[in-house]
Design a protein around this ligand. Structure first.
Ligand SMILES: [Zn+2]
Ligand SMILES: [Zn+2]
Length: 162
């Protein structure tokens, strides 16, 4: 499931979708031998309704309203377990903090090389010839376009922000 924040807020199936999301996460975690904790579910819920590709710090700020005692280390471990069971994809950014994505639909990313902001880009076709990979099992793909986001582009051109 993939929602932009505005669609999600306005959805009449809000509660139902959230239960579904939580159930899917619980099942996957349990089957992989992880304990289903409130922390793990809260982290997954936050990621599944957020399309800004947050860092561990961002996730921590987002969930501590509901779980005031949650530590950054616990968020980190929760995210790790969700990555391990395939519910969340990491986006590695070298020196900058890794960002995370719970969208399970195949999509590409646009990354701003100045501020690391990441936006989803819809791609309709697999760009590689599968014949080249005939002995491999493909389980996903990462396609990244990079450049400057609108605000960094304006900044570089010496224009006013926005
Ligand atoms: Zn930028
Ligand atoms: Zn994404």
């Amino acid at each position: 499931m993939y929602y932009t924040p505005s669609q999600f807020e306005g959805s009449p199936n809000h509660t139902q979708s959230m239960d579904l999301t939580t159930n899917t996460a619980s099942d996957r975690l349990r089957r992989a031998g992880y304990r289903v904790t409130r922390q793990r579910l809260a982290v997954y819920e936050f990621l599944s309704r957020n399309d800004a590709h947050p860092t561990v710090e961002d996730i921590h700020s987002g969930v501590k309203g509901g779980l005031p005692k949650i530590s950054v280390a616990t968020v980190y471990k929760s995210v790790e377990s969700l990555v391990d069971v395939g519910l969340v994809k990491p986006i590695y950014l070298g020196q900058a903090a890794t960002r995370f994505d719970a969208s399970t639909e195949e999509h590409a990313h646009f990354r701003c090389i100045a501020c690391n902001q990441i936006a989803d880009v819809t791609i309709s076709q697999a760009p590689v010839s599968m014949d080249e990979l005939n002995h491999c099992e493909i389980i996903g793909s990462t396609v990244e376009f990079y450049g400057f986001c609108a605000s960094c582009r304006r900044h570089r051109l010496g224009l006013d922000p926005n």
